[in-house]
Ligand binder design. Structure first.
Ligand SMILES: NC(=O)c1ccc[n+]([C@@H]2O[C@H](COP(=O)([O-])OP(=O)(O)OC[C@H]3O[C@@H](n4cnc5c(N)ncnc54)[C@H](O)[C@@H]3O)[C@@H](O)[C@H]2O)c1
Length: 472
């Protein structure tokens, strides 16, 4: 049923090259005083001069292994969330010789045990420390970076805690459950000068870059329309027997799992993997996939972190109001962008092909996990970098790119600002569907214009005692 999870280990190539890296956000170079005494072992990590605070060093006693780079050259990682996506992301990081996973956190004891078994089994030691509360793990000074694969309703709290504790972050898409949470995360990452990589791994796949480069170099003429085809929603809202309220299983701290979301009686169909089908915790297929195909759409449009849609009109079919799985089953959103560009995002409509399609005055290009097609087949070949004026950031291994950027302090291929903008059209489309009318968006100020009811949905109430800490 859930197909947004091709395991990273089956998709990503084993190593990377980065060519023609675009400088998306230039940070102020680090002052000399940033390299104060006592940090010589990590000096190498900060030499790129991007002004992002460098990782801490690794205690050699804890991590020494003869066949790996010296401990001081390894990035120490903690992971949170060993569910469907966490194990694959962790496996990709553990494959990298200059990275060492030393801590795992989950609020489900069986998942946490799975994490420890998987991580310690990989390293053939018992060094990985278990955590129930991510805040304790984030407080560890020896951890440089964290990988976060928790449900969407937790992204903002865990990521801001990580950023405020000076961790670099590999965080899953979509950036968060609401736009206001995303804004808090962007601020926390920027203020703390952290390196951020989003789990929008399609950008590290050559065919997506090739397709986006065709559009960015004007081969299809003036861009007029972009079609973003996502999966239809979950039609099985009766839940196949998972909807009977019971006591939570002893292994799961359900209260912690719900965290900032509204308290609802425990039902198996609300938790692991299924949280995406209820707006209390997820955003349905629309938000699950927006960080993939709309992310690629924006890459081709060239508005990664600058402009956004101006008008958004969404229509959706929804399950009965009392359904536990209440996310829309079918949806169609039309968005007006500057320069007379229309974007259509749809799930469950046959006229919109799954994947991303850009249509221009001189032709079209389409790309998806299954293929790459164009009105002119010449555009399907890889073009030598010197033949195009616009050369997009190249990475062929998403996790490798993250670790390289943690060391170099340069932006990754999917920094947090990109993830924020890639998800905004999905959030606004959902808001338009929920209020039942077209909404207008001020992309510079990031506010909905003249609609108090819709504006309320930019955020959501947090259940006590959880509070979103803005950049500390
Ligand atoms: N990049 C991709 O291709 C891709 C694919 C699938 C999912 N995802 C994303 O990965 C994230 C996780 O999705 P999933 O399907 O793996 O979910 P899941 O429910 O299978 O796993 C989430 C895990 O996090 C744990 N957890 C929840 N709250 C926690 C907390 N506060 N502290 C510690 N652990 C906590 C749960 O117990 C569970 O083990 C989501 O954001 C999802 O959108 C990305």
């Amino acid at each position: 049923m859930i197909v947004d999870h091709l395991s990273a280990s089956t998709i990503l190539p084993p190593y990377f090259v980065v060519e023609g890296r675009a400088q998306l956000w230039r940070h102020k170079p680090m002052s000399k005083s940033s390299f104060s005494s006592g940090i010589s072992r990590r000096h190498f990590l900060a030499t790129a001069g991007w002004g992002l605070a460098a990782p801490t060093i690794i205690p050699a006693s804890a991590l020494g292994r003869d066949d790996q780079p010296a401990p001081s050259n390894r990035i120490v990682v903690g992971m949170v969330g060993w569910g469907m996506m966490g194990p694959g992301d962790t496996a990709e990081l553990m494959k990298l010789p200059d990275c060492q996973v030393v801590a795992a956190c989950d609020v489900d004891k069986e998942h946490l045990k799975g994490a420890l078994d998987g991580i310690n089994g990989h390293y053939k030691n018992q060094d990985c420390k278990p955590y129930h509360d991510y805040r304790e793990m984030m407080a560890r000074k020896d951890i440089d970076a964290v990988m976060l694969a928790v449900p969407d309703h937790w992204h903002a709290l865990v990521a801001t805690e990580a950023a405020n504790n000076k961790k670099d972050i590999y965080g899953e898409k979509p950036l968060a459950r609401t736009i206001a949470e995303q804004q808090a995360m962007v601020k926390a990452v920027q203020k703390n000068k952290r390196v951020w990589q989003t789990g929008s791994w399609q950008r590290s796949q050559g065919r997506y870059r090739q397709a986006a480069e065709t559009v960015r170099n004007g081969l299809i003429g003036k861009l007029t329309r972009v079609e973003v085809g996502l999966l239809a929603g979950n039609l099985d809202y009766a839940g196949g027997g998972k909807m009977t309220p019971t006591e939570p299983p002893e292994r799961l701290d359900y209260d912690f799992w719900l965290g900032p979301s509204a308290m609802e009686p425990y039902i198996e169909g609300r938790v692991h993997k299924n949280w995406r089908w209820n707006y209390n915790t997820g955003g349905g297929q629309l938000l699950d996939w927006i960080g993939h195909h709309c992310d690629i759409a924006h890459w081709g449009m060239g508005n990664d972190a600058t402009i956004g849609p101006l008008e958004i009109e969404g229509h959706g079919d929804f399950p009965p109001k009392d359904a536990v799985w209440n996310t829309c089953t079918k949806y169609r959103i039309e968005l007006k962008y500057p320069n007379d560009i229309t974007m259509v995002i749809a799930g469950g409509y046959d006229d919109i092909r799954n994947g991303t399609k850009w249509i221009g005055t001189d032709g079209w290009v389409w790309v998806d996990r299954d293929g790459h097609d164009a009105s002119n087949t010449d555009w399907l070949a890889e073009v030598p970098p010197d033949k195009y004026t616009v050369k997009l950031y190249r990475s062929v291994d998403h996790h490798r790119n993250f670790i390289e950027c943690v060391k170099s302090r340069q932006p990754t291929i999917t920094p947090i600002e990109v993830a924020h903008h890639s998800a905004i059209p999905g959030h606004l489309g959902l808001i338009s569907m929920l209020v039942g009318r077209k909404i207008k968006w001020d992309a510079a100020k990031e506010v909905i214009l003249g609609d108090a009811e819709a504006s309320k949905l930019l955020t959501r109430p947090y259940r006590s005692p959880w509070k979103l800490a803005w950049a500390a």
